[in-house]
Design a protein around this ligand. Structure first.
Ligand SMILES: Nc1ncnc2c1ncn2[C@@H]1O[C@H](COP(=O)(O)OP(=O)(O)OP(=O)(O)O)[C@@H](O)[C@H]1O
Ligand SMILES: [Mg+2]
Length: 218
């Protein structure tokens, strides 16, 4: 089973009168259960590709298939439905609701995905957040928020995870623990994972790596 299939992707951003090309014919295919690291210098298009794969950014040409759907044929509501139930997105400025505690955020996330709550405190604790369950997002550090965002994906149980620098604001030791939890969970869940990272040690833990330097053309 293929979870992501991109062919001939073209994307540019209009900045003033000029169009700045990011992708001029990118192709990639990812099987279910596979993990892929997106690497490449700042500005090479890693976040743009993740945004395209979850429907938050449009494309100019080519085709994008995600979890059996052709991207161009999906309405915004259908993309939102996929992000609620099947595509787990971990961005640095996470989707934590500021008015809810970390635990309440996880419960809401599970609820929206139609999952039973399960042991949400266990997920927080496995990511080193024991004792912070009742804090609000603005009462924890950036790295703790990032881990809570990852816990949200764990409780949601998606088929595809898109993670933008999931360990970007963590120290080396915590980053390794979080990566352990992420890959362990991904294998147990049998889902596919695409992560963007500047950390080559983390990239090496994925099944494959795509370097987007120069537009990722291969
Ligand atoms: N909304 C936007 N409007 C115009 N240009 C944009 C926009 N978003 C991104 N870009 C440009 O597109 C290119 C790719 O940006 P992107 O954020 O995808 O890079 P990245 O590989 O994620 O970089 P980083 O490693 O710094 O996170 C950059 O040249 C960036 O300036
Ligand atoms: Mg980025």
């Amino acid at each position: 089973m293929t979870s992501v299939n991109v062919s001939g992707l073209r994307k540019s951003y209009a900045t003033g009168a000029e169009a700045v090309p990011v992708f001029t014919g990118l192709s990639l295919r990812l099987a279910s259960h596979e993990s892929l690291a997106l690497t490449g210098p700042s500005g090479s298009g890693k976040s743009t590709l993740l945004n395209i794969l979850c429907g938050l950014e449009g494309i100019d040409g080519g085709e994008v298939h995600v979890l059996g759907h052709e991207g161009a044929s999906l309405s915004n509501d259908q993309w939102a439905g996929l992000r609620r139930q099947r595509i787990g997105v971990v961005f640095q400025d996470s989707n934590l609701m500021p008015a809810l505690t970390l635990e309440e955020n996880l419960k809401l996330r599970a609820d929206l995905a139609g999952r039973s709550f399960g042991p949400v405190r266990d997920w927080l604790s496995r990511l080193g957040l024991a004792g912070l369950e009742d804090r609000y997002p603005d009462q924890v550090s950036g790295g703790q928020r990032q881990r809570a965002a990852l816990a949200m994906v764990f409780v949601m149980g998606p088929d595809l995870v898109l993670a933008d620098e999931p360990t970007g604001s963590l120290d080396r030791h915590t980053a390794r623990d979080v990566a352990d939890a992420l890959f362990h969970w991904q294998q147990a869940q049998g889902c596919s994972l695409i992560l963007a990272t500047h950390d080559l040690e983390l990239a090496d833990r994925c099944n494959r790596r795509l370097d987007l330097a120069g537009g990722g053309q291969q």
